[in-house]
Design a binder for this molecule. Structure first.
Ligand code: FMN
Length: 136
């Protein structure tokens, strides 16, 4: 587990950033979806709102079982980071879920569950000389 560097933590919680979740299917194929309803609860906990996803949830369940990683690519303008994560939990009740469910409901989205991921490695993927470098 690693803590997200400050600029990565800020970008993942920036409502204007693009967030793409990458998972692996049981056949080994890559699956990518948009996850606007994601962010970081703290520097060591990423959340992904399960609203419409089915295949990605299956893949996250598989990653949790096998101890493999999923990735979250976050970008805004010329800044981009890949956060490779282990899957910690899937919650459908409790104070964190209830608060998030209320927040999503205000946007007319029905939150089915919340995936909690633990950052494991962070890569700078910005188009600069720091691009493709591991940060933590
Ligand atoms: C801008 C944007 C943001 C999205 N955010 C979410 C999200 O936070 N959660 C979600 O479940 N689906 C979200 N979706 C829908 C997913 O991209 C995807 O179509 C859906 O979750 C089905 O995923 P699956 O193919 O893994 O079953 C978003 C789509 C767009 C275009």
């Amino acid at each position: 587990m690693v803590a997200l560097p400050e600029q990565v933590f800020e970008l993942v919680n920036d409502k204007g950033s693009s967030k793409i979740l990458g998972t692996r299917t049981s056949e080994g194929d890559v699956h990518l979806i948009n996850v606007g309803g994601s962010g970081a609860l703290d520097p060591e906990t990423i959340f992904i709102g399960e609203i419409f996803m089915k295949a990605s949830s299956e893949n996250l369940r598989l990653a949790q079982k096998e101890g493999t990683r999923a990735s979250l690519l976050i970008s805004k303008g010329m800044e981009s980071y890949e956060i490779q994560c282990k899957v910690k939990d899937h919650v459908t009740s409790g104070p964190v879920f209830d608060k998030m469910k209320e927040t999503f409901a205000q946007m007319k989205f029905d939150l089915k569950g919340l995936w909690l991921l633990t950052p494991d490695r962070v890569w700078n993927e910005s188009p600069t000389w720091d691009g493709s470098r591991r940060m933590v």
